[in-house]
Each structure stands twice: as C-alpha cells, then as structure tokens.
Design a protein around this ligand. Sequence first.
Ligand code: GDP
Ligand code: FO1
Length: 303
Amino acid sequence: MIVLSGGTGTPKLLQGLRKLIPDEKITVIVNTAEDIMISGNLVSPDVDTVLYLYSGQLDDAKWWGVRNDTLHTHNALKKMGIHEKLMIGDTDRATHVYRSELMRKGASLTEATSQLSTTLRIRARVLPMCDDTVETMITTRHGQMHFQDFWIGAHGEPDVLDVKIKGLEKASPSIQVMDALGSDDNVIIGPSNPITSIGPILSLKYIRGILSFKKVIAISPIIGNAPVSGPAGKFMKACGFPVSSRGVAEYYGDILDMMVIDKRDTVDEKNFPVRTVRCDTLMTSVEKSESLARCVLELFEKI
Ligand code: GDP
Ligand code: FO1
C-alpha cells in the first residue's frame, strides 16, 4: 500500500492503518515542500512527523516534534540573540543534525531518511517525495514569504493571494519513489492539505501519469466548507478551487477512483467529479483512525 502524506491529517490515518497492515507493507511518500534550514540543519517537518509516528516518539497532541521534548538549545540560542523561526526541540534537533551531517557528506535526503529509519527501527518505507529543494511560497499583500513564515511567523493570518511551489519545475520524484509506485497498485491520498501537502507530490513530473493507472482513493480533508484544521481553505480559495470536498476532487482530477467524504459533509453529491463514499473521517482517537482506515481498505476491493 502506498500513501501520499503531509504532516497532520494523513499521519492520523497512518496511526490507524498500522493497526491493520504491518508497517513493512506500507510506503509513505511524503511532502518536502515545507522543508526549511534552521540553524544550519535541514528540518523536514512532514517527513519527521511520519518518522516519529512510526518510531513511537511523535507528539500527537501537536502532530509535530517529539513528545516531552525539551527546548534547552532553542532557548540558549535565543539568549544569544538567535531567534529560530521554528521552536526546535532538543531530540528533534538531533534528527536534523543526523540528517544534515549525512547530507553534508553527500547523501541524498532519501538516503538520509532511510538511514534515520534504520536507526529509529522503522519498518515502514518512508520516502521524501524528491531529493531536490522545493519551497512553498505564499503570496500575501505583504509580498511573498516561505510557508513557515506565513504559518508560524504570521500565524497564518494574512489573506492569501497565491501559492507557488518554488523549484518544482526542475524537481523529479526520486528513483525510490518511482520504484515504489512501479510495484504497488493501491494508493491512498490521505486527508492532507491538497495545495501544500499533496499538490507538490502530484505536481512532480510523471506522478499524475503513473497514478492514472493505479487504484487511487482520496480522503477529503474538508468537511462542509472548512478544513478540519490548518490553512487549506485559504490556499484552495487562492488557487481558485471551492473550499469543499468537491473542490478537492476537482483539484485532484481524473487520477481518483473514489473519494471518501465525511458522513456530516453538506456537499451536494450530484454530478460529483468522482464516485464518493461516506464515512466518519474525523480522527479524534486511534480507534476512529483505525475504523476510517478499515473503511478505506475495504473500498479497494470495490474498484
Ligand atoms: P500539514 O503538513 O501539517 O499541513 O498536514 P497535512 O497536510 O497532512 O494535514 C492537514 C490537513 O489535514 C488539513 O487540511 C485538515 O483539514 C486535515 N485533517 C486533519 N485532521 C483531520 C481529520 O481528523 N479528518 C480529516 N478528514 N481531515 C483532517
Ligand atoms: N509549528 C508551529 O506552529 N510552531 C512551531 O514552533 C513549530 C516548530 C516545528 C519544529 C519542527 C517541526 O518539524 C515542525 C514544527 N512546526 C511548528 C510545525 C510546522 O510548522 C508545520 O505545521 C508543518 O510544516 C506543516 O506540515
């Protein structure tokens, strides 16, 4: 099973999926367009969330960082006048240092992630979507800024005029991503931000073409006219899509075989661009994540 993931909604689903399928049977292709250098090391928030989930370290109250992490280095740097954009926990920073040291010695992000997975005894295959540098840039009336400056620095508050993924035109999926897609027919697009988490993966060359030959089921991250959390609504509006499950289905287009929408969703299913199935998609507990994952797995039998 292949799962396309960002750093919050889909990891919640993975938490349930791993109760039903052994980790070694899962390949997670993870967005890297929110990656950022902090104090000389590469932070890959979505990849790290997935790694921490599978290694049992994730702070699943925030869905980023390590549970009970300390901030000694971050706070010491602050006293020295270095204000890091992201609050980096000490154990989390060790991951960034380990990754960046490997990369400084010539490893790709994919190779460094594989080493990290081995070190953390992770059996799922966690694949960054690519090894090229890609950056999500948000345009507001104050100008263009990095996703993390918009989301953390500006608290996600400014109106969004446009979203651009810098570097995507020159980026390619890694060989490992291509191999994984070549050897598995079932793909779940998790309930992640369509524009900034799934969009970058789908926009890489070859990906849409390959997915059109696969069984692809997406879970909508939008219920009614709002995302469950985060800035997806603002981003969809800025990109010209309705903020609804229909908007998500229109954005994903004809790669989809089915879309799971929430049982409470008020969307009109008449002339929906793809076959829909209703489930409880609000994953407020591991049990609810598992039951959504079970529903999705059963749907693959019906395609
Ligand atoms: P990010 O990388 O932190 O932005 O995380 P993702 O892109 O993976 O996830 C963010 C998206 O997950 C948001 O658009 C939310 O609406 C969606 N989301 C979060 N929790 C849930 C949930 O329990 N159910 C559904 N359906 N969507 C969720
Ligand atoms: N999100 C915040 O809102 N504030 C933070 O200080 C913060 C630090 C941080 C450190 C490491 C990491 O992997 C993620 C972190 N996040 C933080 C989450 C991150 O900004 C975004 O939510 C993700 O990029 C979205 O996937």
